[in-house]
Design a protein around this ligand. Structure first.
Ligand code: RRO
Length: 309
């Protein structure tokens, strides 16, 4: 029988797939559902210093092959997520905080305050595409370098960065160099493809309201981008930084493809929103079946082993 257990910076994950910071991980009730499922860890919604309502509705629309949204970082404020950590530890799986400060000082304050909690992993979100008037930090390499330098100075936890999708080898090179220089322990790639648009020809309008219809695209549409980003960073990190693959994982086969590309674990948002927490059981069973059929007993036997054509 194949095992899908894995680890991120020595933090053990019983299974290969967990939820991504995104849908249905904002309230304690939602997070407890994740705790009660086969999800490998409990990832909390990206948080800010103050609570946020987020953008006006409609702001999330399912699509045949994914979803588009401009949620605008609705969350309860980081103090609530600090309180949730101790509640969530009883599920005996890693608890992950996702921090998405509106400026460097906010990020520093949140990183500092999470140090005194039992949170296992901190993911700093450098890639929210939906804040009106704010660029994605991960597309500004100078700022990424500066902010990461300050964060890493004050952090003792396992820490990593949620990255936006990149499309040019020079960008993979630059970002990899920054991540390696600051010794981050992992990256999560990719966040949604920012500022896309779906238009309904009947209503002659975009299908989401915020930002004039621009929103982050996710799901099956973006899997090829997620796979290339994981592969590109895997090739550059040479085993020094671990990788969460994110983007368009619907089946165990999708998870297996991310594993071949080099992902240490995968995060799931759009499928979790559509199917609920049972998706983690299904995807894990499907992944185990593929590994078993191919004679692979463990994640390490496959990780990064994409074959050249
Ligand atoms: O809440 C959001 O609008 C959001 C966030 Br924080 C993010 O990181 N990625 C995304 O697609 N939406």
């Amino acid at each position: 029988m194949s095992t899908t257990s894995t680890n991120i910076a020595g933090i053990r994950l019983e299974k290969y797939a967990l939820n991504a910071s995104g849908p249905d991980c904002t309230t304690l009730e939602e997070l407890e559902k994740i705790g009660n499922s086969d999800c490998a860890a409990i990832m909390m919604k990206s948080c800010t210093l103050e609570p946020r309502e987020g953008n006006p509705e409609p702001r999330y629309q399912r699509l045949d092959f994914g979803a588009i949204q401009a949620m605008g970082l609705p969350n309860l404020g980081y103090k609530e997520y600090i309180k949730f950590v101790s509640e969530l530890k009883k599920y005996n799986k890693p608890v992950i905080a996702s921090l998405s400060g509106m400026c460097m000082a906010d990020n520093l304050q949140m990183v500092k305050e999470f140090q005194d909690t039992d949170v296992d992993i901190i993911e700093v979100n450098f890639s929210c595409p939906n804040i009106i008037g704010k660029p994605q930090l991960g597309y500004d390499f100078e700022q990424t370098d500066t902010v990461l330098g300050k964060i890493c100075e004050i952090n003792d936890k396992v820490i990593g960065v949620k990255l936006p999708p990149y499309f040019d080898f020079s960008h993979f090179d630059s970002v990899a160099e920054i991540m390696l220089r600051h010794n981050v322990q992992f990256v999560s790639c990719i966040n949604s493809l920012g500022n896309t648009m779906i238009i309904d020809p009947e209503t002659e309008s975009p299908i989401i309201k915020p930002k004039g219809g621009y929103g982050g695209l996710s799901g099956e549409y973006v899997k090829p981008v997620g796979l290339s980003n994981v592969r590109a960073f895997y090739e550059r990190f040479e085993g020094k930084i671990q990788i969460f693959g994110v983007g368009g994982i619907v089946t165990g086969t999708d998870a297996f493809e991310y594993l071949l590309a080099g992902a240490d674990a995968v995060q799931i948002a759009t499928t979790f929103e559509k199917e609920g927490a049972d998706c983690f059981t299904r995807i894990d069973n499907e992944l185990k079946a593929i590994m078993g059929r191919k004679g692979y007993a463990s994640i390490d036997e496959v990780k990064g082993k994409l074959k050249a054509l």
